[in-house]
Design a protein around this ligand. Structure first.
Ligand code: VGL
Ligand code: ZN
Length: 245
């Protein structure tokens, strides 16, 4: 070891969550201000410090359980109704577990324009794309695991890649998260990153929420409780990736 050895203790990754057409206005699940994030997210993507940059993509079959239109009236109002969702796993977690699932307008259906990542996003700088939510039986807000915490989504067909494996392979220590939506997929992906031992940061200017009024306030409380730090673009944490140290 010499004094010129570089510091391997800071190997940051960027996760750009679900910057897709259907999460932007004027689509039914369009998040207010979602499209306006593009210039900032492109700037962040180009910070030199990241050792890997991953984009996630919500990618549902038309039969997905979270779509209001796949459930009978009267309990099928998008944004308002909830249904009971049962754990699809038969091994590794409790198969009788159920969770209340909020219903959404149909969105990000595989191979439709709404599922596309916004063409303005600098995908040429992205190293890997993780498609998720591909199992019709279960919600998958986090790109690491489904709503029941099942981590084997790549193996069971719910996701196209294993996000944790991608990060481990690159020796990632720190994870920065931006994208849509702050109160759903960003929140759950960040919490799961922290749970897996990565130092995890959500860049506040880089997110917008489904529930524009209360969503971010409530998400911030939960993120803090689960070990995720919400940071500003001009803070010290982001400063380290801006300059690449
Ligand atoms: C999301 C609702 C449904 C998200 C995905 O990307 O935050 N929200 N599916
Ligand atoms: Zn979805």
């Amino acid at each position: 070891m010499t004094s010129i050895d570089t510091d391997n203790g800071f190997q940051p990754a960027l996760i750009v969550v679900d910057m897709q057409e259907d999460f932007c206005p004027p689509n039914p699940l369009g998040v207010q201000g979602g499209r306006d994030l593009v210039p900032l997210i492109n700037e962040i993507i180009q910070y030199p410090g990241f050792v890997v940059r991953v984009a996630t993509q919500d990618f549902h079959p038309a039969t997905h359980i979270s779509f209001a239109s796949n459930h009978p009236a009267p309990n099928n109002n998008p944004f308002e109704s909830h249904i009971q969702m049962t754990n699809p796993a038969v091994v590794g977690s409790d198969p009788t577990a159920t969770i209340a699932q909020r219903l959404w307008p149909a969105h990000c259906v595989q191979n439709t324009p709404g599922a596309e990542i916004l063409p303005a996003i600098r995908m040429d700088k992205i190293d890997a794309v993780v498609k998720k939510g591909m199992d019709e039986r279960v919600e998958m807000y986090s790109a690491f695991a489904d709503a029941f915490g099942n981590r084997d989504c790549k193996a069971t067909g719910g996701a196209s890649a294993d996000l944790e494996a991608i990060l481990r392979e690159k020796g990632v220590t720190d994870v920065f998260v931006v994208g849509l939506a702050g109160d759903y997929c960003v929140k759950h992906t960040a919490i799961d990153a922290a749970e897996r031992g990565f130092k995890t940061f959500v860049i506040e200017e880089g997110v917008k929420c489904v529930d524009a009024v209360s969503g971010w306030q409530e998400a911030k409380v939960e993120l803090a409780a689960r070990g995720v730090k919400v940071v500003g673009l001009d803070g010290l944490e982001v400063g380290r990736v801006k300059v690449g140290i």
